[in-house]
Design a binder for this molecule. Sequence first.
Ligand code: SF4
Length: 498
Amino acid sequence: MSGRTHLGMPAFPEAATSATRDARLRRNLRHATGTIRAKRAEAVAELPDWAELRAAGAAIKDRTLRHLDHYLEQLEEAVTAAGGTVHWAADAAEANRIVTELVRATGETEVVKVKSMATQEIGLNAALEKAGIRAYETDLAELIVQLGDDLPSHILVPAIHRNREEIRDVFRGRMSRWGRPAPEGLTDDPAELAEAARLHLREKFLRAKVGVSGANFMVAETGTLVVVESEGNGRMCLTLPETLISVVGIEKVVPTWRDLEVFLQLLPRSSTAERMNPYTSMWTGTTDSETADGPRDFHLVLLDNGRTDALADTVGRQALRCIRCSACLNVCPVYERAGGHAYGSAYPGPIGAILTPQLRGTTTELDASLPYASSLCGACYEVCPVAIDIPQVLVYLRERVAEGGEVTVRGQRTTIRPARGHAAERAAMRAARWALDHPGALRAGQRLAARTRRLHPRRLPGPGRAWTASRDLPAVPAESFRDWWRRTRDDRAEGDRR
Ligand code: SF4
């Protein structure tokens, strides 16, 4: 991840409009998501008990979330007993301050990082940069993003919007600013690109004294953290540096190793379409031997940043089950066309559309637009390995945006006002309610609309203009359904009598 953040990004419709004009971006996304989608379907079909695994994953997450306070305390106790130190961060600012102070205390001015959504969410790289500390991303795709001064656009493949030629150009043009330059005559051959990244990163791994990671899971019963990845960079970051700082969302805890077993089956097949991850690294506390691998000093920063507020919401809380597999992104027709940047957050795609407005609220134009970034086709729910009913939460959040209502913000119940721009929609809904309550008026209105249908415009004027900017108004039929029903039913009844 580069030092860039999502601050100041435009609302989804605006960002998506410009993204969909980029033919190369659309081509890259179509190719990449199509490939992953097909492989995932094959990998999942291999398991006859996938549905049961999925139900088990959802049940474990729900049970854990119901007793989250208990499992977090158990985790803290176990991590502390194993020699680690646990820090609690209420929000992004607090988490960034904790990590910055921990790095400063080591006297180091650079850290190596394993790809981590939580540190993207809090903008850790930018915070470290401000404090004069350089964070080096070591995941290949994150490296591409960082070198290109770009933003990630996918949970699993952050540089999914880049093709091979673009990556070659980024390496050639920018690698030398961050360390070892790209080899002379670098081509866009994948093996050459991977080798260039390997050489560039290796010297960073060997000199780094501080590593920063996230974690896919935290096992409460032993205080063990788990990172799954495919490149081996995670293993290097977790074992070589003397100090390891892990920033992890509080919802990542699972009670036991038996629970972990379920997720280690669900995650790889859903994300990379693999039967198991190439690298599954687990560590518990610190190691005090000079010869053993692993950190001498280990800090776990447990991040809330809106999660307990989401937990207080009986419908929205299911988003906290997410194991960040990205399957929902790969099947989403909106994501495939708009790309990840349009979501203006570390969490793009369908999960971002329900998670970001819960973590950040719906008070900005961008966050209020996210629940609408979906056609509600339901493909995301079908593939989600922990059965998050994303369409249900999207509709629920749309209602909150349009109607306002009670939410929990920093632990306090608060009433939020309806978002601006929805007055016309609310007026239309009130008019529809009145018409449906008055069948005579409805029938008269339908007949009038049918008779004048040739005069109807294809675009709405005034506040309705935005709605018809990208779609035609449906044509009014010559006969309303009620009239058709009466006519055909009466005819049939007549025929029966004959
Ligand atoms: S919502 Fe479900 S499908 Fe999407 S990333 Fe999370 S776990 Fe995967």
